[in-house]
Design a protein around this ligand. Structure first.
Ligand code: SER
Length: 596
């Protein structure tokens, strides 16, 4: 079965079980500054898991584009991917364990035709926070999983939470037995010898965790996630996702073009190219910060490995074309953004080729001072890597050519420290992003809508939102505009927003058909990714936008709006950084500015 057939089967199956099919959210989360990329199907649904009403109802299903980059350096082995697709179904306070398990079982055995004896499942073993999940285990037995294929594990294996805080709960995981021999008498699903492969995870999300511990959510939810690439590989009896049709055209082409054989490099090129293309199609651009930096790393790592395979970089365009042809049925956005994808990747390639040249100069400068020892210290290898994007293996090769050695061990230690730091950083990001809707971020969110409306009045109707990023301390807003704002324009925008804040405009929310919303002139960023029924937020008569919320009830709550900076973001896109000041500037004792 091809990946796209599995996806369609999944969505249709859950449709027949009363689920609405909702579109994949973009890879770059909107209005969620603290998360780099969408990493799970539940991520865009957090407000609804916490109790907000979803316009499409209480049973949802989708395929979600996901990027996880914590293990970027592992890509090249037989299983790690940075981009993957997660199929999911959700109950928002509707069905719970028994029904969810029955549906999963039916889908795996009837729709995908997996023999029951190939399945094993794991359930939560219980601890002080939450009892043993005998209900899940009983539900599995009821549908036909034999007792000796049911395992219990603790929080490390059978508990799911995104980051440190947020909605969470015990999960039950389904494993597929590949038929490989057991690694020993204790071989179990939890062991990673490769006999058992996890295929699906159903989270019974009825808790919320914060600094103070666990509390019960308003509703009992189910959140499930099934990795499409892995399922495709298993059903096709392939050893790696790179052997499936998702990757085989590009893998074959690389093999044909390569002058130097290297399977890891081929996988890295194939994987990073697909990932980069998906990120770019959803609006990502390379830069030195956060998600832009992740994209830059993906593209640069890919280029290094094209070099390693001794493939002419001119072939990059051919490789992009092959991927678009191969994947456009699954992801029409690739075809639609073909030109942008090419220009972004090719420009980044040119930049990197120059950087590589500078790195060589820096290398030569460094070795002149090391003639006595002929050993290149770890710090220098690391600096070449960190500053010039210079791969250590290239430094090593260059060193050898010049009769030098590198201090590999010292480099590895520095590299490990750096990795731990960036890993901690990305976890930090994830943690902050989910469910962290503070009063401050909600105010900034409403201010974003006002700023969007004000820009339309001052610059023109064609000024649209291109991106937004909110923290508790400030907002950032990107919009298209062909010039630097004049001081007068900036002042006008600021005054308009403050006028609207002072007018105490009500913020109201309604649900309507997508077409109706668009006809009524509601603003939205990417129309195609919204479901048929949308939520529209209006602020008095001045703003109307498709948006998931949440927002303040009245603009009076915002405080004073101040633009701190206006700068270029990328070509044709300007960026405004602004803050809301809570002090008593309106002479009302400040009580209306921020609730609480
Ligand atoms: N959130 C869970 C996961 O990512 C199930 O969807 O595995």
């Amino acid at each position: 079965m091809k990946a796209i057939e599995i996806r369609n089967k999944y969505l249709n199956f859950f449709k027949t079980k009363g689920h609405e099919i909702i579109p994949s959210a973009p890879l770059i989360p909107e209005n969620d500054p603290s998360v780099l990329f969408t990493t799970a199907g539940m991520q865009p649904l957090v407000p609804y898991l916490l109790g907000e009403k979803h316009p499409e109802g209480r049973r949802l299903t989708d395929y979600q584009k996901c990027v996880r980059t914590n293990d970027i350096d592992e890509v090249g082995d037989n299983r790690h991917l940075t981009y993957f697709e997660m199929l999911g179904n959700w109950s928002l306070g509707d069905y719970f364990k028994e029904e969810s398990i029955a549906m999963s079982f039916e889908f795996l055995t009837k729709e995908l035709g997996i023999p029951v004896e190939k399945l094993s499942v794991t359930c939560f073993a219980g601890d002080a926070d939450c009892p043993k999940d005998t209900i899940a285990a009983e539900s599995w037995k009821k549908v036909g999983i034999p007792e000796d294929h049911i395992y219990y594990y603790g929080k490390d294996d059978n508990w799911w939470i995104a980051g440190e805080e947020g909605p969470c709960g015990p999960d039950t995981e389904m494993f597929y037995d590949t038929g490989k021999p057991a690694c020993g008498p204790d071989c179990q699903p939890s062991c990673d010898c490769g006999k058992y492969v996890e295929i699906w995870n159903n989270v019974f999300m009825e808790y919320f965790k914060d600094k103070n511990g666990y509390t019960k959510l308003k509703q009992k939810n189910v959140d499930t996630g099934l990795g499409l690439e892995r399922m495709t590989m298993l059903l096709q009896g392939k050893e790696t996702p790179f052997d499936t049709e998702l990757f085989s055209p590009i893998m074959d082409k690389l093999k044909e073009l390569q002058q130097e054989d290297n399977i890891e490099s081929r996988r890295i090129v194939a994987e990073h190219l697909r990932s980069s293309m998906m990120i770019i199609a959803d609006g990502g651009r390379p830069s030195n910060l956060d998600r832009g930096y992740v994209l830059r790393r993906l593209i640069r790592r890919m280029i290094r490995h094209i070099n390693k395979l001794q493939i002419d970089l001119k072939e990059l365009e051919t490789l992009i074309n092959i991927n678009i042809e191969n994947l456009k049925e699954m992801y029409p956005e690739l075809e639609k953004n073909k030109k942008t994808i090419k220009s972004v990747i090719l420009e980044e390639k040119d930049k990197f080729v120059k950087t590589l040249a500078n790195g060589v100069k820096e290398f030569q400068k460094a070795i002149r001072k090391l003639e006595d020892t002929k050993i290149i210290p770890g710090e220098i290898v690391f600096r070449l890597y960190d500053t010039y994007g210079f791969p250590p293996e290239v430094t090593k090769e260059l060193a050898q050519e010049n009769g030098y050695e590198i201090d590999q061990k010292a480099f590895e230690e520095l590299f490990k420290k750096h990795q731990e730091k960036s890993r901690a950083g990305s976890e930090q990001k994830f943690k902050g992003g989910l469910a962290e809707q503070t009063e401050e971020t909600i105010c900034y969110h409403t201010a974003t809508h006002l700023l969007n409306a004000a820009l339309k009045q001052v610059i023109g109707k064609d000024a649209h939102q291109r991106g937004s990023n909110i923290t508790v301390d400030r907002m950032r807003f990107d919009f298209n505009c062909d010039h630097k704002l004049t001081p007068e324009e900036k002042q006008q925008v600021e005054e308009l927003v403050n006028q609207w804040i002072q007018a105490g405009l009500p913020v109201t929310k309604e649900e309507m058909k997508k077409e109706e919303a668009i006809q009524s002139g509601a603003e939205c960023m990417f129309i195609e990714k919204y479901p048929d029924i949308v939520t529209v937020y209006s602020i008095g008569e001045v703003s109307k936008e498709l948006c998931g919320g949440p927002h303040v009830n009245n603009t009076k709550e915002l405080g004073r709006f101040k633009i701190k900076k206006e700068e270029s973001s990328s070509s044709g896109v300007r960026r405004i950084k602004a803050v809301l000041i809570k002090e008593d500037d309106f002479g009302d004792g400040g009580k209306n500015h921020l609730k609480g």
